[in-house]
Ligand binder design. Structure first.
Ligand code: ACO
Length: 431
């Protein structure tokens, strides 16, 4: 961030105030209004933050108009095709691609932290069997603060590092355990000889009764799903993590807050909602009916997996995901999958419709991810937990960046109060 010689002038009646304009390394300039209240006595009003940069960050850059997503400068399509998830984790966390020795060391540290404290098993069994795995994840990840006391002191860089590695390593184990519990199968322990994605697939789908061979094609597709969801700058769940962390809360509690936020259908819950919608549409001939509903102002229905707060062009992750969906279904011999056919035709018809063109609504990352996950054998309830485990690295990297910043202060948005003004309390018998 650098100061420009530009300023922004605000005129209030007779009085004018000037504010500095800051330049990012790429993207639009921002007006620095940190002294606005002190100098004018006024706040800005920006519910849902459509015009507000809440922090400076060097991790991820999005150009929503052009459909560009860069992690530490590297475009997501290059990372998805040439790199792999743990390398991207290293990149996001430490700021540069690792050399071979650094990567080996990082992978080994993650691999050696994949088991969860044995006593945590009992935590899982406290839930009802029909609990949503996201409900289990919110609770158990928060509960990690009760198990890993030696990595909750956020003022200690070593403890922060250990907490980061623990979260990256244990999140797949926790997600897989949440799944196993809801289907009534025994938990499967992680295996250190498998890569991150293969290990997750095995923990989800192996049973003690028989050998489980991880399909390398599915492992690669799983890894790509993790990579495509790794970070997305200041989205709702990441901002939640940052805000929770700003109070000094421990990392496990903050990541649990991020998981809670991600659960909603407008955010991480959209991949589950999208597949349910595609199934409800069922056949290609019913698509016009659903498109008409999405356009009807009196109908709350929206096309799930379409639209994005930032992307006003193709979500670059959706392009990779669409290719991956085709590839996986072909390899599994289910290329005639009716859900994929509905998705492809729905995308075509919506993109040709002026309503979606005018509002710049394009498929987002969730439009195709559910189809791949379903083909792999995951129930829809696991889609959002998989998003949560993938996004954990983004949350941790943003958390780490924020804590390392000198002069971090608690986040405290202001409000435009529209309630009652002063009034005297009346006793209950007088009301
Ligand atoms: N289907 C139909 N119309 C839509 C859709 C949609 N999916 N998305 C937005 N619109 C319309 C709105 O009705 C609104 O119309 P109006 O201007 O006539 O009132 C206009 O487009 C703008 O929509 P907003 O809700 O104001 O846009 P916002 O930026 O707040 O919302 C969001 C973005 C939440 C993603 C929205 O597009 C949506 O609900 N999409 C479906 C859910 C989804 O796929 N979420 C996943 C997001 S990606 C992620 O979290 C990884």
């Amino acid at each position: 961030m650098s100061e420009t010689n530009k300023t922004a002038k605000i005129t209030l009646g007779e009085q004018s105030y000037e504010f500095p304009v800051l330049s990012p390394s790429v993207g639009p300039d921002v007006i620095d209004i940190r002294k606005l209240y002190a100098t004018t006595g006024m706040f800005t009003y920006d519910p849902s933050f459509t015009s507000t940069a809440s922090c400076d960050s060097a991790i991820t850059y999005i150009d929503g108009e052009e459909g560009v997503l860069l992690h530490r400068g590297y475009p997501i399509d290059q990372l998805a095709s040439k790199s792999h998830y743990l390398e991207v984790c290293y990149l996001l966390l430490y700021g540069a691609l690792p050399n071979a020795a650094q990567l080996e060391d990082f992978e080994s540290r993650v691999t050696n932290h994949t088991m969860v404290h044995e006593q945590m098993h009992r935590f899982f069994t406290g839930y009802r069997r029909d609990a949503h795995p996201m409900a289990i994840m919110v609770g158990t990840v928060g509960a990690m603060s009760a198990f890993y006391h030696d990595s909750t002191d956020i003022s200690d860089p070593w403890q922060r590092e250990v907490a980061s590695i623990r979260l990256i390593a244990k999140m797949p184990t926790i997600a897989a355990m949440a799944y196993k519990y809801t289907v009534g199968q025994p938990f499967v322990y992680p295996r250190n000889d498998l890569d991150y994605a293969s290990n997750f697939l095995r923990m989800c789908f192996a049973v003690p009764a028989e050998e489980y061979q991880v399909n390398p094609i599915l492992a690669r597709a799983m890894d790509r799903i993790f990579t495509l969801h790794a970070d997305h700058e200041q989205n709702a769940s990441t901002s939640t993590v940052r805000l929770a962390s700003s109070s000094g809360a421990n990392p496990f509690a903050c990541i649990a807050a991020g998981i809670a936020c991600l659960w909603g259908p407008a955010h991480g819950g959209a991949n589950q909602a999208c597949l349910e919608m595609l199934r409800e549409i069922g056949t290609v001939d019913r698509i016009p009916e659903f498109i008409a509903r999405a356009k009807d102002k009196n109908d709350p229905f929206r096309l799930m997996g379409f639209g994005h707060r930032v992307y006003k062009n193709f979500d670059p992750r959706a392009k990779v995901m669409a290719e991956s969906a085709k590839e996986v279904l072909e390899l599994l011999g289910v290329e005639n999958n009716p859900t994929l056919q509905v998705a492809q035709e729905l995308e075509k018809q919506a993109l040709a419709d002026p309503y979606f063109a005018e509002k710049k609504l394009f498929p987002n990352v969730d439009f195709y991810s559910g189809i791949i996950l379903e083909a792999m054998g995951f129930p829809t309830s696991m889609f959002t937990p998989i998003f949560a485990l993938s996004r954990t690295i983004g949350w941790i990297s943003q958390w780490k960046e924020m804590i390392e910043e000198p002069g971090m202060r608690i986040g405290r948005p202001r409000q435009l109060y529209i309630g009652e003004t002063f009034r005297d309390y009346t006793n209950v018998e007088d009301r």
